[in-house]
Design a binder for this molecule. Structure first.
Ligand code: GLP
Length: 234
């Protein structure tokens, strides 16, 4: 595990974007695993900047997002589809057919989970997975549990997660109670993992240096052979 402790959010974003850029430059046909939340926003801004400068080409890149809320349409401004379009997909030359986000409103979540897991496997797996971390140590939407769920699955969100994500909604009662998320196995199979955290010192320390337990899902990352962590405490 490589841990970079940086001095600001801006530094964190630049370093993370540099790592993702290097992946794309060295392997233009990379499969990237992408994350949402407030933390990666500055990373996507740096990537868009690099694209605008002509330094990055997304035409060969395929992306798989970690998760999506259940019940929201792709055009709903609170959906992760919308977020990804806003922050990245509409701003670079990625082939939209290769920019994948689980669909939260198909009416058959279990089938969608299977479809998504198969899509990732058939695509050759993820080369570099970007991750944020929730206040309770969740990654994607893998909430604390008694087991590590392996594959893409449907989850009920914790009260704390609903509260934390309520800031993105007009009304806290609008936050969906369920989501589709890549499983812990799906994430751990990525060849490289890049975990970014802005603050969240206590949960990050527990995750990286405490016991490995499904009660802190991110703790499993200690077992990943190629984990880079970029952490800003300011
Ligand atoms: C959501 C996402 C996670 C993300 C987490 C933290 O729950 N599903 O992938 O890591 O939020 O978000 P933030 O970066 O806004 O703190």
């Amino acid at each position: 595990m490589k841990v970079y402790h940086v001095s600001s959010y801006a530094d964190m974003c630049r370093k993370a974007a540099n790592i993702i850029s290097a992946q794309i430059l060295l392997h233009p046909n990379s499969n990237l695993g992408l994350a949402t939340g407030s933390t990666p926003i500055g990373i996507y801004e740096r990537l868009v900047e690099a694209y605008d400068l002509g330094d990055l080409d997304f035409s060969g890149v395929t992306t798989f997002n970690l998760d999506e809320y259940c019940g929201l349409s792709e055009n709903d401004p609170q959906s992760y589809h919308y977020y990804m379009n806003e922050h990245l997909f509409s701003k670079v030359n990625i082939d939209r057919a290769n920019a994948h986000v689980p669909k939260g409103n198909t009416g058959d979540a279990d089938l969608e989970c299977k479809r998504y897991e198969t899509l990732i496997t058939a695509g050759g797996g993820i080369d570099l997975q970007l991750l944020g971390i929730g206040n309770n140590g969740h990654i994607g939407f893998n909430e604390p549990s008694t087991v590590f769920e392996k594959d893409t699955h449907c989850v009920s969100l914790d009260e704390g997660t609903i509260l934390a994500n309520a800031r993105f909604f007009d009304n806290p009662s609008d936050v969906p109670r369920q989501a589709i998320t890549m499983g812990i196995g799906t994430i751990m199979q990525a060849k490289k993992i890049l975990l970014v955290a802005n603050g969240k010192t206590e949960i990050l320390n527990k995750s990286l240096y405490g016991p490995i337990t499904p009660n802190i899902p991110a703790s499993i990352l200690q077992l990943h052979p190629d984990l880079t962590v970029i952490w800003s405490d300011k």
